[in-house]
Ligand binder design. Structure first.
Ligand code: AMP
Ligand code: MG
Length: 360
């Protein structure tokens, strides 16, 4: 069995040298952080750039220690291990994420579901021991997913017997939201955080132009300069979900990590990637637009083109905390769909072989 764990992140094009000149007093720090199963890159500017970059690392490591279900003693692991038994004491971050997850489960009609964990594990995505589960096994596990309950008491929370959660579809977006707070605290004038498929473009580039964020061609996951196009972003989050980011192959078939809660199988919606873009300061009303983008990139990938666009068009479905967002959808049949409002910030790579469609 061949497998690939691709630490694929949106590529920072500006580093490939766009001739930007730093003003002499503008220091820059760039650090790589391997966390949350992802190679991350944090770039900060300004006088306090080194301290800011390392403070971001601290935030990421702290969140990983609390939220990862592969870290033995994390709050999430304790919650999963205590399922059907005693209450687990949880902190502010997990509590906020459980609320956000319930909210996005509701707005997406169930496509976003952190209770998918038992099914994701059956496919081997938790421990990289990949396998195709039997239909009987999937049917049994979907009962746990569908019957998900979260008991909330003042002393702690508890899942139902056999149930477990996975915050992989939302934790990096939440980390990106917290990085905005660090940037503000350290008075970072501009910066860029690439947390796998989650990119935070903070401020603009030193030469005053927007950050350039390439959208990976899902058909060429290993390709270094294989982009379907480029987004130009200032003060925005761009979060991409795609089957190409983590998958395995068996008997000539490819199985990826985004599981449709309706079937228990990897989503097969005709989309190969979904990028959700939102401005800083918007988001779910509680100041977490990165979290929102992360939840929606996963959910809309599962929904497919038609449903994703219907969702985007109908703001009544975003809920009370909803905020404007834009989409770049890449389809299996070679099209790139860009929603109105984002279209003037997107440039198709003419050599990519994809065709471009603006959507309104
Ligand atoms: P992302 O890369 O943000 O799209 O998140 C994908 C990850 O979220 C997977 O690796 C799983 O850990 C988890 N996941 C898979 N399917 C779902 C789903 N339907 N809802 C929520 N999380 C999911
Ligand atoms: Mg996500």
């Amino acid at each position: 069995m061949k497998h690939l764990t691709a630490y694929v992140f949106l590529m920072l094009l500006l580093l490939s040298g766009c001739g930007a000149q730093l003003s002499p007093d503008e220091a820059q720090e760039s650090i790589q952080v391997i966390a949350m199963d992802t190679a991350m890159l944090i770039t900060t500017y300004g006088e306090r750039s080194p301290a800011a970059a390392y403070a971001c690392e601290d935030v990421i490591r702290d969140l990983e220690a609390k939220l990862s279900r592969t870290v033995e003693d994390s709050e999430v692991s304790r919650l999963n291990n205590n399922a059907g038994k005693e209450l687990t004491v949880i902190g502010e971050d997990l509590s906020a994420l459980l609320d956000a997850a319930a909210y996005y489960n509701f707005t997406t009609g169930g496509a976003f579901n952190i209770a998918i964990a038992p099914a994701a594990s059956a496919w081997g995505f938790t421990k990289d021991h990949f396998q195709v589960p039997s239909q009987e096994e999937i049917d049994e596990l979907l009962k746990l997913v569908d019957g998900f309950t979260l008991r909330e008491e003042p002393e702690g929370v508890a899942l139902g017997p056999g149930q477990s959660i996975d915050l992989g579809a939302i934790a990096k977006g939440y980390a990106a939201d917290k990085i905005v707070q660090v940037f503000q605290e350290y008075e970072v004038p501009r910066g860029l955080a690439q947390l796998g498929g989650n990119v935070l473009a903070y401020g603009d580039r030193p030469d005053g132009t927007p950050w350039r964020v390439g959208i990976q061609d899902p058909a060429k996951p290993g390709g270094k300069n294989a982009f379907v196009g480029v987004l130009e972003l200032t003060d925005a989050f761009a979060v991409t979900s795609g089957g190409y980011q983590r998958y395995f192959e068996q008997d000539g078939k490819t199985y990826h990590h985004i599981i449709d809660p309706a079937t228990g199988y990897p989503a097969d919606s005709g989309l190969t990637s979904v990028t959700v873009v939102a401005a800083l300061g918007e988001g779910d009303g509680s100041g977490f637009p990165g979290t929102m983008c992360d939840a929606y990139s996963t959910a809309l990938f599962i929904m497919g083109e038609e449903q994703a666009l219907a969702f985007w068009r109908d703001e009544t479905r975003w809920g009370e905390q909803g905020c404007p967002f834009g989409l770049v959808l890449v389809t299996e049949d070679g099209r790139v769909l860009v929603t109105e409002g984002l279209a003037d910030r997107f440039t198709l790579d003419e050599d990519s072989g994809y065709t471009y469609e603006a959507v309104s």
